[in-house]
Write a protein that binds this ligand. Structure first.
Ligand code: CO
Length: 233
């Protein structure tokens, strides 16, 4: 028996179930995807993106990593955002965090966890920025949960600061970036009321304008002269 037999059996039952209700579902879906939403969430196995918002295959483009962090040096995440915005033309990007996030919790601990601490540094920065508010919580769980919210809010801004979103807005593309947070205990998603949909929502320093570039015209005389010297003389 295959080690992953349960996985294959479940898959067969799932595909058969969908085909029973909608015989052309998979053949239609295989032709194209046109999701309206890009979801950036935590890798946590309990935060099941499509299921918790009741969307079907083809309706949600998804990127997940530990603690739903977006940094402008992460080519993986940036590539997902670029494809979603420029090719799929999604209308909404949703950053979804969750209360009690293990990644956020680890970022608050003063012990080494190994390589992941480098990733968690991004959340420590959020902590540092909001230290006064966070330290006002005497209850550790409340403090963690607030940092989970603040982390989502920060990542929403980070997305808006990327050249991808800036360019999309400059080109008048309809695109909003939202933040929300999920409660594991209830299955309920809460809107964090953080939403940006145009350049003017950003701090001035992030309102990138198109650069006026000089068209490169090679100086043909310099090239001709350089060819006169050397072994071809
Ligand atoms: Co998490």
């Amino acid at each position: 028996m295959k080690q992953l037999q349960k996985i294959y059996d479940n898959n067969k039952a799932w595909a058969d179930g969908i085909k029973r209700n909608e015989p052309n579902f998979f053949s239609d879906l295989s032709k194209q995807q046109s999701p309206e939403y890009l979801w950036i969430g935590c890798s946590d196995s309990r935060v099941v993106a499509e299921q918790l918002v009741g969307l079907q295959p083809g309706e949600l483009f998804v990127h997940r990593n530990i603690a739903n962090v977006v940094v402008p040096t992460d080519l993986n995440c940036l590539s997902v955002i670029q494809f979603a915005v420029e090719v799929l033309k999604v209308k909404h990007i949703i950053v979804c965090g969750h209360y009690g996030c293990g990644g956020v919790k680890a970022s608050m601990e003063l012990v080494e966890h190994g390589l992941i601490d480098n990733w968690l540094c991004h959340i420590k920065s959020v902590h540092q920025k909001n230290e006064e508010e966070l330290l006002s919580f005497t209850d550790k769980t409340e403090r963690l949960d607030r940092l989970c919210e603040l982390n989502v809010i920060e990542q929403v801004k980070n997305i808006c600061h990327t050249t991808i979103i800036q360019r999309a807005w400059r080109n008048h593309q309809h695109l909003s970036v939202h933040g929300c947070i999920y409660t594991l205990e209830t299955g309920i998603l809460k809107d964090l009321n953080t939403r940006y949909s145009e350049m003017s929502h950003m701090n001035d320093i992030y309102q990138l304008r198109e650069a006026k570039r000089d068209v490169y015209k090679p100086n043909i005389n310099i090239i001709k002269n350089s060819l006169k010297v050397g072994k071809y003389d």
